[in-house]
Every structure is written in C-alpha cells, then in structure tokens.
Design a protein around this ligand. Structure first.
Ligand code: SF4
Length: 268
C-alpha cells in the first residue's frame, strides 16, 4: 500500500502537470531530426543553456557532422572546434567519441539494437560511460530511445524544493521515482494531453512527432513543461508573479519568494 503522504505528493505532481499543460500545452521536445541528434544534444547540454547547444548544433549541421558516420570519421580537433559554443568542448568531444565507440563495439553501430535493450540494462550501461550522469542517460533513454524514464533536471529539483515537496537531501533517484509513480498511478482521464501546443517552446520536429509509448509521452511533456516554467520564472531569483505554479507555493515558502498568499490561504 502507498503511504498517504506519498499519495498527496503524487496528487501535487499531477496538479503541477495539469496546470503547466493548461498554460503551455505540448512543448515539442526534443527539437531534433534524428535519434543521434538527440544523443548529441543530451551531451552538449551538460552545464550550459540550450541556446549554446543550438549554436553548436548549427555548426555541426553546417559542417555535415551531425550523423553517426560523419562524427565517427571526424577528427577530434575538428569536433572540438564545431561544438565549442556549448562550453567544455574538449571534454564533450571526447565523451561523444566514447559514446560512438561504445555503440560500435557493443551494438555494431546500430541505434536500433542499442535501444531495443531492456531499460534497466541500457541505463546501467549508459551510466557506466565516461561523462554520463543520470540526467544525460535518462534524456537519451527517453527522448532518443522512447524508454519510459523521467528526466530530473536542475529545474525539477529547484521547483520541488521551493515548494517543499522534496528536500535538498532527496536523491535524483528518489525524485525520479516520485514523479514516475505520480504519473503511472494517475487515472487516464487526468492525463489528457492536448494535440496541439498552446504555446510550444519549439516548432514540431521529426523527433517531437515520433510515436511514443504513452508513459514516455507524459514524461516527455512534463519534463519539457518544467524546463519551460523553470527557465521563464523559477530562476536563481524566483519570479513567482505570473508563474503557472504560483498558486501551489506553500505559505511557508511565500516569504522567501516574495509572493503574497492567495486569499483562501490567508488567515482571517
Ligand atoms: S517561480 Fe515561484 S511559483 Fe514558480 S515554480 Fe518557482 S517558486 Fe514556484
């Protein structure tokens, strides 16, 4: 039996999801034309913002290096030069080459074979690669491989901490389990995703339109919506006014975030 405190946390997560969906609609993540492009983006987005990734991706596209075969043949120094706008470019170039070597050695260079492995096994293999932490592994699994895993990024942690749902000590895996359980235990009628975006972050792309496992589609949307709200409002200095999650901010957090409690939460 699920403890009652967990049930209310699940309910909270679902309310956030529904509010974000109502405000923004589907976000068309991941903005990419191929699974390999998603993998590259998942590496490049480490420790930088998406606009820097877009610049590096544009360089790779112009340099005709955004395919597995082209990147395999590319000299390391050239790869470093192309992805320089994403920061930590020497490290990231080495990590991309390591991924390609792993794919070639273990799966004969086939993304189909790679992604047909069981989720837990593949996740463990990815996490064993140099420079792959849980967020990168889960981004690759979810957005490139259509595996149902939720991606916990810095905005997810920040929002849940500021709202008192998790503490700074809560681990990545605990947050992932909390969100996955909230979605898997929800009644289907609570999880309706509109077909078209109200305010999408990106234009639709080949990868964003890809047919997905239903659970993977919810994890896709929820992660993208959290990034959207986090990037727009939940920065280091929170801008709660106008944030779609403002009404969920507990009273105890309102003083630190500068938000007045809504009337129904104010004491007479
Ligand atoms: S900006 Fe404020 S209301 Fe919005 S998620 Fe962050 S803490 Fe919550």
């Amino acid at each position: 039996m699920v403890p009652s405190s967990r049930l209310s946390e699940h309910d909270t997560i679902l309310r956030y999801y529904r509010s974000l969906l109502a405000r923004y609609g589907p976000q068309n993540w991941w903005p990419a034309q191929s699974r390999f492009e998603v993998v590259v983006g998942a590496y490049l987005t480490q420790n930088t913002n998406w606009s820097n990734v877009e610049k590096a991706m544009a360089n790779l596209r112009r340099g005709r290096a955004l395919s597995l075969s082209a990147m395999r043949d590319l000299k390391l120094s050239r790869l470093q030069q192309l992805i320089r706008p994403s920061g930590y470019f020497r490290q990231k170039a080495l990590r991309l080459k390591t991924f390609i070597r792993y794919l070639d050695t273990r799966y004969s260079g086939s993304l189909d074979r790679l992604f047909s492995q069981p989720t837990a096994q593949l996740r463990a293999e990815l996490l064993a690669l140099n420079g792959v932490g849980p967020e990168t592994a889960d981004s690759i699994l979810l957005y490139a491989g259509n595996h149902p895993v939720f991606v916990v990024d810095a905005y997810t942690r920040r929002i849940l901490e500021r709202h008192g749902v998790v503490s700074p000590k809560t681990s990545y895996e605990e947050i992932r389990a909390l969100i996955e359980q909230a979605i898997t235990s929800a009644a289907p009628e609570l999880l309706r995703v509109p077909q078209r975006g109200i305010d999408p972050r990106h234009p639709a792309s080949r990868m964003s339109r890809m047919a997905r496992h239903e659970l993977a589609q919810h994890y896709n949307e929820l992660h993208a919506l959290i990034v959207r709200a986090g990037n727009s409002f939940c920065r280091s200095a929170p801008q709660c006014e106008g944030c779609p999650l403002k009404d969920f901010l507990p009273q105890s957090s309102r003083a630190t975030t500068g938000v007045a409690a809504p009337s129904y939460l104010q004491h007479p």
